[in-house]
Ligand binder design. Structure first.
Ligand code: FMN
Length: 209
């Protein structure tokens, strides 16, 4: 059962004292043990509109050099999933080698999970903040969204897949030329748990000057 929205504390206003440090054994447990789920294991209910709004507001609390907010969110849930899938299907409809089965699969692309938040990296022209930093901030948003969803009681997965890398798909989903999909964060209720996966050997990736 997801936690009630009242479990999410209000965010501080500008210049109000914030919690720079917040000891939390529960946060450490979440970080130590969380897992993404495969789309086939995400079932209804999706987070409600109010929950998605709250999750996105938490997700957006990321480091963001220059306070540019170089990202935006497109919610693809409910009937919107069918509309977005239809837009993708139009993209591939007449591609070489595409048969009816593929068309139908692509039409149902966003119906593979109860909800999806398309996190769009939307870099702003800036003499001070390199685009690289702005893109990294969008990546941080994706993971923050996943963590927030997990903490509220939903399951999810951060995927890119072909629509991220197909310019026609990006246009069909409403992205501007300078924008990229940082992630499709699929969300739903866990139909089952997940076993741990292989992890990178971190110790071999740590060095010290
Ligand atoms: C930017 C990004 C894009 C990803 N895209 C895909 C993808 O298209 N397809 C896929 O199977 N996994 C993709 N993954 C991996 C999934 O998120 C994967 O389920 C995850 O790494 C599982 O690890 P976790 O349980 O620790 O979250 C992507 C990961 C990242 C960070």
């Amino acid at each position: 059962m997801p936690l009630p929205l009242s479990a999410i504390p209000s965010q501080p206003h500008e210049n109000e004292p914030a919690d720079a440090v917040h000891e939390s054994a529960e946060t450490l447990a979440l970080l130590a043990r969380r897992r993404s789920l495969k789309l086939m294991h995400l079932q209804a209910p999706a987070p409600s509109a109010e929950e998605l709004d709250a999750l996105i507001n938490l997700a957006a609390r990321v480091p963001d050099h220059g306070k540019l907010g170089p990202w935006r969110f497109v919610i693809i849930d409910g009937e919107g999933r069918t509309r977005a899938g239809a837009a993708l299907e139009q993209v591939i409809r007449n591609d070489e080698g595409v048969d009816d089965a593929r068309r139908e699969f692509v039409r149902g692309w966003f119906n593979r999970a109860p909800a999806c938040v398309m996190v769009v990296s939307s870099p702003r022209p800036s003499p001070k903040v390199p685009e690289w930093e702005q893109v990294l901030s969008a990546g941080a948003v994706c993971f923050n969204l996943l963590l927030a969803a997990h903490a509220l009681g939903y399951a999810g997965s951060w995927l890119t897949e072909w629509p991220t890398f197909d310019e026609r798909a990006r246009v069909a989903l409403g992205l501007a030329a300078e924008e990229r999909v940082a992630g499709f964060v699929y969300l739903g209720t866990a139909a089952q748990g997940a076993a741990e996966r292989v992890r990178a050997d971190v110790s071999s990736r740590i060095s010290r000057f």
